[in-house]
Design a protein. Structure first.
Length: 686
């Protein structure tokens, strides 16, 4: 769409919030000229954003005014997957969708499956009217596990929730472990604090299989093998114990299960862990000394750690480290994985689970949607999925073992509705595609998981074309389904007001765009953990009651490096720097910056296979084949390759992406996917 010429005399600025799945949740200022958004920038009044945006979101107007944006409802006229659609009026589309969902619900509403995640992190457009609609309908529930549930469960079992230190105090730390995070690409505003700490003399250590942009700028990089983080954490505990680098008073007052953890940790010498992690034992000794003797010391943990079989246990083990040394006593000490548990979101009011009444629908795990779409009806699994409603997600690109997802979406007896901005891989298989608003066009309110400010998003412009907000679409469907409860009349601004109720002053949000939660500077300085015991639980009785190990331990990968002669290389799939999950792949300036789908491979592994830099390669295992270009790179350690994601399949050389190769196996805790627990082989492609 062509943007009208700007008139600087009519320009205004509208406060908003970045909706994307990133810890930073930036405050935005959108400049609007004669009803057209001409610029998106960071709000300098918001301390965490400080006027700075990532390269992706600074180009947000390219997304809103993209020439390929879906701007009217579409109905499929070709084969599923072919992407052939015709325009249809909103009333006609909504009437038909309501009729078809109603017919399925009359047989068994559990045959209707919603599928959504964090395409927007907004509480209104992501988890309000949609949840009310599906609860009232009685549809199957969705276990939203695809990103963070293993780590979240681990934090809950250890600290009591998704809680941790405040990000702004990392700048005061004297040692920062950046564990499983490429902060420069995925947590830019934390990196600002880390750099300040570095300038003030702090030591930065990056623990990551990949030599990322962040690892290059740290004092040390520990390139362990994927899925071995728990072994490293246990060996660090071993050294803390042997050298008595412990805060015995903190342990006695504020922890639970110390003697049992001590006994386990003493079994993990640096040599034992080094052999498993594929690193030098001296690196472990040095890191333990630094952690045990430096004050204050902090860990910025990220979700890459928990994407293997033992990912939950790995997060549990790492989360124990600050309590052993009393790092929590300092506001610049401790750990941060997610701060989202600190937000007083009124989810019951937003989502209205009471609308289920006495019904108890089944729950389908979004990480195994490939299998779920292919399952036949059974007593154990319930009815076959007959309708799929997708919003805020692109499962064909992001879900593991995507060949199965494609086969499921191709079923002629599956009715699929997709709410979208663009014709994604998933939208190509839809029966209806409904045009959704972007963040510049709707109301929303946000929590965060990398800081502790609530943000409000005001609509900066009117919806482009015929786009409607997610909440508006589900309101319209509810009306056509005859849902007459008053809650279905709430407009988007009303939903924003309900999201926090009286816990946050909504007028303050209207006036400033954000509000800072009143939280202690050092949340666990004197214990006060949110666990049942009020202590940091090294031993979790709740896990033991489930028949699981109450202590954190090391679980080898399902597909452990060296365990297969056919597939000798471990593959991880970290995000490409210019994309955010599968968002922004179709923004040409960002796709041009990224180039093309790449596999980073170590020179020795490439040479052994006759692969040169820039060669096209086949990456394969028993689940499928992915073709892309090889980048012989020092970012890869020997034995590990990196399939940078997440490209849309339609941009892949053979119509696939890296998730053709990942499995639907789930983690030890949290029922999450094991994207980084994947063995492959690589060969030159003719």
């Amino acid at each position: 769409m062509q943007q009208p010429a700007a008139n600087p005399h009519a320009a205004t600025q509208v406060r908003g919030a970045c909706p994307h799945d990133c810890p930073d949740t930036c405050a935005l200022l959108t400049t609007v000229d004669n009803g057209v958004a001409v610029k998106v920038q960071g709000n300098p009044d918001h301390a965490h954003t400080a006027g700075v945006l990532c390269a992706k979101v600074s180009r947000y107007t390219e997304r809103t005014y993209h020439p390929e944006r879906v701007l009217q409802p579409l109905r499929r006229v070709g084969p599923k997957g072919a992407g052939r659609f015709e325009p249809v009026a909103w009333d006609e589309a909504l009437d038909d969708i309501a009729r078809r969902l109603g017919a399925i619900a009359a047989r068994d509403a559990q045959a209707i499956q919603p599928y959504s995640y964090a395409g927007t992190m907004g509480l209104v457009q992501g988890e309000s009217m949609d949840r009310r609609f599906f609860h009232r309908l009685g549809a199957s529930l969705l276990d939203r596990t695809i990103c963070s549930s293993a780590g979240g469960e681990a934090l809950t079992q250890t600290l009591g929730g998704k809680l941790g230190m405040r990000v702004e105090f990392f700048c005061e730390a004297k040692l920062i472990l950046i564990w499983g995070s490429n902060s420069i690409g995925s947590n830019l505003h934390f990196w600002r604090h880390a750099l300040q700490a570095k300038r003030d003399g702090a030591r930065l250590v990056c623990i990551d299989p990949r030599r990322s942009e962040t690892a290059e700028k740290c004092h040390e990089h520990i390139a362990l093998l994927p899925g071995t983080d728990a072994a490293l954490a246990l060996a660090l505990m071993h050294e803390l114990i042997v050298h008595d680098w412990l805060d015995h008073d903190y342990i006695a007052r504020y922890t639970l299960g110390w003697e049992a953890l001590r006994e386990r940790a003493l079994q993990w010498s640096p040599e034992r862990a080094a052999a498993i992690c594929g690193i030098d034992a001296q690196q472990i000794r040095r890191l333990a000394r630094d952690w045990g003797t430096t004050r204050p010391a902090a860990i910025r943990l990220n979700y890459g750690v928990q994407r293997t079989r033992g990912g939950g246990n790995a997060v549990r083990a790492i989360a124990c480290l600050p309590a052993l040394t009393g790092a929590w006593r300092h506001r610049a000490g401790g750990l941060l994985l997610s701060a989202s548990g600190a937000f007083p979101v009124q989810r019951t009011a937003l989502q209205r689970p009471d609308l289920l009444a006495d019904r108890r629908p089944r729950t389908v795990n979004m990480s195994t949607i490939g299998d779920a779409l292919l399952h036949e009806a059974s007593v154990e699994a319930g009815p076959r999925i007959e309708a799929l409603v997708v919003y805020n997600s692109n499962p064909l690109a992001v879900a593991p073992e995507s060949a199965k997802v494609a086969r499921g979406l191709a079923r002629e007896d599956l009715f699929t509705v997709v709410l979208e901005h663009f014709m994604t891989d998933t939208a190509d298989y839809a029966d209806y595609v409904l045009p959704a608003t972007t963040q510049l066009e709707h109301w929303d309110v946000h929590a965060a998981y990398g800081h502790t400010d609530v943000l409000l998003n005001r609509p900066a412009i009117a919806p482009v074309g015929q786009a409607r907000s997610n909440a508006a679409i589900f309101r319209a469907l509810a009306a056509r389904m005859g849902f007459d409860e008053p809650c279905f009349q709430d407009d988007d601004e009303a939903l924003c007001r309900q999201a926090y109720g009286s816990a946050v002053d909504f007028q303050h949000l209207l006036d400033h765009g954000f509000a800072t939660l009143a939280l202690p500077a050092a949340p666990f300085a004197e214990g006060g953990f949110a666990t049942p015991s009020g202590r940091c639980e090294f031993y979790s009785a709740r896990l033991a009651a489930q028949g699981l190990d109450g202590l954190p331990g090391y679980l080898p990968n399902f597909e452990a490096p060296g365990s297969s002669a056919d597939y000798p290389l471990a593959m991880i799939s970290p995000p490409a720097r210019n994309f955010l999950n599968s968002s922004f792949v179709n923004v040409k300036s960002l796709r041009d910056a990224e180039g093309e789908p790449l596999l980073e491979i170590h020179a020795a592994d490439a040479q052994a296979r006759g692969i040169g830099d820039g060669d096209m390669v086949r990456v394969f295992n028993a689940r499928g084949v992915y073709r892309c270009r090889a980048a012989v790179s020092p970012r890869a350690r020997a034995g590990v390759v990196h399939g940078l994601g997440i490209w849309w399949r339609k941009f892949g050389a053979n119509g696939t992406n890296v998730n053709e190769l990942t499995s639907q196996a789930l983690t030890d805790l949290g029922r999450a996917p094991t994207f980084y627990d994947c063995l492959v082989e690589v060969a030159r492609s003719e």
